[in-house]
Design a protein around this ligand. Structure first.
Ligand code: ADP
Ligand code: MG
Length: 288
């Protein structure tokens, strides 16, 4: 039988905007000593803004942006949404076909009779499209049309207001490791990690690499049974299931994430995690 105070704990969590799907997760939350975060949409707002367009010589910036927006016509990725927002024109979806979204890389699509690639270095490399290196700090979106590199779009995301506080609160609550996993570039992930005071970060990860990174963390001394993963479910639903407790963003997160998660943060605020751990520990003391 489930002790009554467990229901109290679940109720207490719900009052601070945290949905806990079962009393066993309160037990795990109370013991958590490693919190692994996805970057985009979890520690950052996930609402990117296009800050610059750098076309190749004799290419119009609008040409780069419009092909990118068309290729992203059917994608819900935060990056895709920002590109479509920057391209203020209407997108005629009938002109877009054979779309292949490669998670952690970007998209390939036919726009009219053209083959368009929009994504990161690895997407360009995989398709043998050349690209120029750049040392900007934003997320870089390369665009190629019919095998020709036409330029890149720089987009920037901002860290959530409460993200720094969330990490400080977790450390203060005795959480040993706060780790960030990201599919984004080393430079971007490093800057976010330093700014937030994370203990560790891993960049340029594909969705499968994120699962492997969590498995590696679980192998470390004393971590097993105590690892939480926090994500928004875009490209990270498998990691949510792999962690001892999977925590998803409820407001902006995907349905797949909310389904896969054990705990849902209704307001998408990372600072709710330390508060939820506090409620869980209090509940466990009452149960014991
Ligand atoms: P994160 O791990 O930071 O949450 P993702 O795993 O969702 O990021 O994506 C990793 C990288 O893959 C992005 O930074 C981007 O370069 C590329 N990418 C993924 N989806 C798309 C898309 N629809 N369009 C362009 N690039 C994309
Ligand atoms: Mg993500």
């Amino acid at each position: 039988s489930v002790p009554l105070s467990f229901f109290g704990g679940i109720g207490g969590a719900s009052r601070i905007g945290v949905l806990v799907k079962g009393s066993n997760y309160l037990e795990t939350l109370a013991a958590v000593d490693t919190v692994v975060f996805d970057k985009t949409g979890t520690l950052t707002n996930g609402s990117f803004n296009v800050v610059a367009i750098h076309p190749e010589e004799d290419i119009d910036p609008d040409y780069v942006l419009s092909f990118a927006a068309y290729a992203e016509a059917f994608s819900d990725h935060p990056i895709a949404l920002s590109v479509k927002e920057a391209y203020s024109g209407r997108i005629d979806q009938a002109r877009v076909a054979d779309v292949r979204e490669e998670s952690g890389h970007g998209v390939q699509a036919h726009v009219d009779e053209h083959v368009v690639l929009v994504g990161n270095d690895s997407l360009m490399a995989e398709h043998g499209a050349g690209w120029h290196d750049c040392d900007l700090t934003g997320t870089i979106l390369h665009v190629s049309v019919d095998g020709r590199y036409v330029g890149h779009i720089v987009i920037a995301d901002v860290v959530k207001d409460d993200a720094g506080q969330a990490i400080r609160d977790l450390h203060a609550a005795g959480v040993k490791r706060c780790v960030m996993l990201s599919g984004d570039r080393e430079e971007v992930a490093g800057a976010v990690s330093e700014r937030l005071g994370l203990d560790e970060f891993h960049a340029q990860l594909l969705p499968a690499d994120k699962v492997a990174a969590v498995e590696e963390l679980l192998e470390r001394e004393g971590t097993r049974g105590k690892l939480a993963f926090v994500g928004d479910g875009i490209n990270d639903a498998p990691v949510l299931t792999r962690a001892d407790v999977g925590i998803a963003m409820g407001a902006m997160g995907s349905d797949a994430a909310i389904e896969a998660a054990d705990v849902v943060l209704m307001d998408d605020k990372p600072s709710q995690i330390a508060r939820a751990i506090g409620v869980a520990r209090k509940t466990m003391r009452i149960v014991w």
